[in-house]
Design a protein around this ligand. Structure first.
Ligand code: PDD
Length: 283
């Protein structure tokens, strides 16, 4: 299957697409991104993703080059050109290519890049066995609510997880979990309460998180938005993480120790099912 890259208004074969070595995304990580899921050839909960893209741009002072409808048109066109059934659409905007200088360049157009990635999200075998996670210190900057392309801390966290044989790293600050390296972290306490950290600049406002909270509320599951500690995670009945690339992923082990009976828990499995139904019903 050919893959297409969108670069500043053009659709090109991926291997022919390029940006300048002076691009500020490359030199300074001066840019933001979005990732939306595609299921059955349709974008999942995409309105939230393009709205967050707009917010991230505004928070770093880049004028949004496109309307929300234009963003959706680019995403939809890429999905169609690549014949993508299941996977992700990636969008990135940087402050553009300019002579290297820390302060913002004047009159420089942003660089826009987008492409798709085929990936099994709904049909991911990891969801059957459950994911292992490790905890790592959260060494990131203080504006994690912005979906910045400055992801080195998360790259190092995910690599630490891989080297420990785990699928995800939960990051820890002041004894509490902030979020996963590329996901939102949840626990289910022994009394059956779903717990996730409240939104703040300490974590990304996950689009999947929002949908899962709405589903939990709709289906009368007990849920609390509050900080939870590493000890509570180790002690939890269940844990799971959410993202556009994992949907709801049950966690079966933390820091090398089995959680509960070491199999995906009932609350995580139920939320995964509810999320599928939600994902299939709208875009
Ligand atoms: N990451 N927290 C972080 C740090 C993330 O990178 C992500 C998603 C999330 C979950 O957000 P959402 O539910 O909107 O996908 C939380 C994407 C998938 C990525 O970087 O590939």
């Amino acid at each position: 299957m050919t893959r297409t890259a969108y670069v500043n208004g053009e659709y090109l074969p991926l291997e022919q697409a390029s940006v300048s070595v002076l691009d500020r995304g490359f030199l300074f990580a001066d840019g933001i991104y979005e990732v939306a899921a595609v299921l059955g050839g349709r974008l999942v909960d995409n309105a939230g993703h393009v709205a967050r893209l707009e917010r991230s741009l505004s928070e770093i002072g880049i004028k949004n080059p496109y309307s929300l409808e234009e963003w959706v048109r680019i995403e939809t066109e890429l999905v169609a050109r690549d014949g993508l059934e299941e996977g992700l659409v990636y969008l990135q905007v940087t402050r553009g290519a300019a002579e290297r200088d820390f302060s913002f360049p004047k009159d420089t157009a942003p660089t826009v890049v987008a492409f798709t990635q085929a990936k099994k999200i709904a049909h991911n075998p990891l969801a059957e066995s459950g994911a292992k996670v490790v905890t790592v210190p959260d060494i990131r900057w203080q504006r994690r609510d912005i979906k910045s392309v400055a992801l080195l801390a998360q790259v190092l966290a995910k690599q630490a997880a891989s080297e420990a044989g785990a699928a995800e790293a939960f990051m820890v600050e002041d004894g509490s979990i902030t979020e996963g390296s590329s996901s939102t972290a949840f626990i289910v306490t022994r009394d059956g309460t779903i717990v996730t950290r409240p939104l703040s600049n300490a974590l990304l406002p996950g689009i999947t998180r929002r949908a899962v909270i709405a589903l939990a509320t709709e289906f009368d599951l007990k849920l609390e938005e509050r900080l939870f500690s590493v000890e509570e995670l180790h002690d939890a009945a269940e844990a799971f993480y959410t993202s556009a690339s994992a949907f709801v992923m049950p966690v079966v082990s933390v820091d090398g120790r089995a959680l509960g009976d070491g199999r995906p828990g009932p609350v995580a499995r139920r939320l995964r099912e509810l999320y599928f139904a939600f994902a299939e019903a709208r875009d």
